[in-house]
Structure formats: structure tokens, C-alpha cells
Design a protein around this ligand. Structure first.
Ligand SMILES: [Fe+2]
Ligand SMILES: [Fe+2]
Length: 307
């Protein structure tokens, strides 16, 4: 698996949607589980700029190769979110994308600032922060493309399959960058390997957790991976990450699935009720209006200042 940053900079572009049969989206059914996953995935794709804001204040961004990658990566991810939103809208689910993104961000509240500052401080205290961040990047990209593959299989929706297959090609490149960069950092660096493993075993969470609640993360995991094929996919994912120096035998995604199954065993309604009750709408935060946080004036505010 090779990766050239020069080639990536030259070739990076928004996902090519030429010829996608958008007009057929509504002609094929999507289950509640498919729709739940699509909303989750769209929200996480759309969350990338905020994730980026956490990265740009870290020690890792002293590396110009990394910042060149992030500049292109952020643009590509934007179009993943946009196109998933487009597909949902065409399927007949009505929402305003900008409002939804603003609500997701506003709901993070104070926790977002705490997380940003602790990531920044941690990165400057920890010499091998990059090893941990790059490994997490590799896991996130690989989980994302594995999740898209699982959703293609579960939904059997031809237009969704076409769109996600194109997005998966981008995610593969992102994965290759992170994996190769992590490998470079970890090779022959026993201290980085030790810290990386220690951190992954203790602080790693599946992609999207933090923006999404534990129960939502579990609902996605149960819907996509709670079968023989899904379990195999996650074991394969772990074994790929286990090829990085110092991470042999590590269990992350398969362990997360086991933990989700355990919570469902305790409470059979857990996670599945999120899907059954169609819990994918994002409500505005209780205490701060989106308008205040986005500097955009809400229609009411505009009326108030109108002569
Ligand atoms: Fe993406
Ligand atoms: Fe990606």
C-alpha cells in the first residue's frame, strides 16, 4: 500500500458524482437501520472541520506534509457529507444541511472547548503524540470505509452502492496516508510504540463517539456488524492495524462490538430502539441558540432590527 503526498496534492478533488442515478434514489427502499446509519455517517463527515480545528493546534501540525494532506483531506470529506445529505433529501427526508450541522456543533457545548484545549496541551507534553494521532487516523479511515462497505451490503440499494463505492476510494487513500505515516513514526521507536499501545487501549473510541452518544454508536455497530460477515470485517480491521509496529494482536473495533453486544444483552431494547424510533433528527441545544454560535442572524433577529 503506497502513498505519495505529491501525487495526492495533484490529484485531490471532490468525489466524482458524474452519472449517479440520483433520479432513482426514491425508487428503491431503505430500511430504518440504513437511514439511521446514513444520518450518523453524514453527521460525522460534516464534523471533519471541527475535528481539524483540534488537530491544527497540536504539535503534529508542525509537519508540512501533514498539513498539506489535511488541506486536501478536509475538502474531500466535505463532499462526502454533502452527497450523503443529497441522497437523503432525494429519498424524501427533509432537513436543512447547514442548520443540522450548526445544531450538531452547538450541542457539543463547553465539552468541545475542553477537548480542544486538552488535545493541544497533551500534544505539546507528549513527544510521540503524532504516533497516537496518526494511528487513530488510520483506524478511523479504515472503520469508515469498512462501515460503508457493510452499509452497501445491508441496504442493497443500487444508487447508494454507487455513491458509497466512489467515497470508499477516497477513504482508501486517507487510510493509506495515515497508515504509512504511523508506520514511519513507529518503526524503530520503542517509546512511541509503548505510548501508542497504552493510549489506544485506554482512550480510543470508535469514530463518531463524542459527537454521538454511546447508544447511537452501539446502534450503528449492531446494525452493520452484528452478523458473521460483520464480525469478520472487524477482526480483519483489527489485524490490519495490528501490523503497525508495536500493535501486534491489538483488538479495538472487535472489542467495541463485543461491548455493544454486552450492553444489548443487559437491555435488549438498547441501541435498537434508536433505530426503531427513527432517532436521527438533531434537536437544537437548550441553552444556546444556533444563531449566537454561528454569527448568522436568525430570521427573528433580522426582523427585530428591521426598521
Ligand atoms: Fe469521508
Ligand atoms: Fe476519510
Amino acid at each position: 500500500m503506497s502513498f505519495s503526498i505529491e501525487r495526492y496534492k495533484e490529484e485531490s478533488k471532490k468525489v466524482d458524482i458524474t452519472g449517479i442515478a440520483w433520479e432513482e434514489v426514491a425508487a428503491h427502499p431503505l430500511s430504518k437501520g440504513d437511514l439511521f446509519c446514513l444520518h450518523y455517517m453524514m453527521d460525522i463527515e460534516n464534523h471533519v472541520p471541527l475535528y481539524l480545528s483540534h488537530l491544527l493546534v497540536t504539535r503534529a501540525c508542525m509537519d508540512p506534509i501533514l498539513t498539506a494532506f489535511l488541506a486536501c483531506w478536509n475538502y474531500e470529506e466535505l463532499w462526502h457529507g454533502e452527497n450523503i445529505g443529497r441522497l437523503l433529501n432525494l429519498y424524501g427526508i427533509e432537513f436543512d444541511t447547514q442548520e443540522r450541522i450548526a445544531n450538531v456543533r452547538a450541542n457539543l457545548g463547553f465539552q468541545n472547548s475542553v477537548s480542544l484545549m486538552s488535545t493541544m496541551a497533551g500534544s505539546w507534553l507528549l513527544k510521540d503524540f503524532s504516533a497516537v494521532y496518526l494511528t487513530i487516523g488510520a483506524i478511523n479511515e479504515l472503520s469508515t470505509l469498512t462501515g460503508y462497505g457493510a452499509l452497501i451490503r445491508k441496504s442493497g440499494h443500487p444508487v447508494l452502492k454507487d455513491l458509497l463505492s466512489r467515497i470508499i476510494k477516497d477513504e482508501r487513500k486517507h487510510y493509506a496516508f495515515y497508515f504509512n505515516s504511523a508506520k514511519e513514526w513507529l518503526s524503530g521507536n520503542a517509546r512511541a510504540q509503548k505510548i501508542d499501545r497504552w493510549m489506544l487501549d485506554r482512550v480510543w473510541v470508535p469514530v463518531g463517539q463524542g459527537v454521538k452518544k454511546q447508544e447511537e454508536v452501539d446502534a450503528l455497530a449492531m446494525y452493520l456488524f452484528d452478523d458473521e460477515q460483520g464480525e469478520e470485517d472487524l477482526l480483519d480491521l483489527d489485524s490490519r492495524i495490528g501490523k503497525l509496529p508495536g500493535l501486534s494482536g491489538i483488538k479495538l473495533m472487535s472489542r467495541a462490538l463485543d461491548a455493544a453486544r454486552e450492553r444489548v444483552r443487559h437491555n435488549p431494547k438498547w441501541a435498537w430502539r434508536m433505530i426503531d424510533n427513527e432517532e436521527w433528527a438533531v434537536k437544537p441545544p437548550k441553552h444556546s441558540s444556533v444563531g449566537e454560535l454561528t454569527t448568522r442572524r436568525t430570521p427573528q433577529a433580522e426582523e427585530a432590527v428591521a426598521p
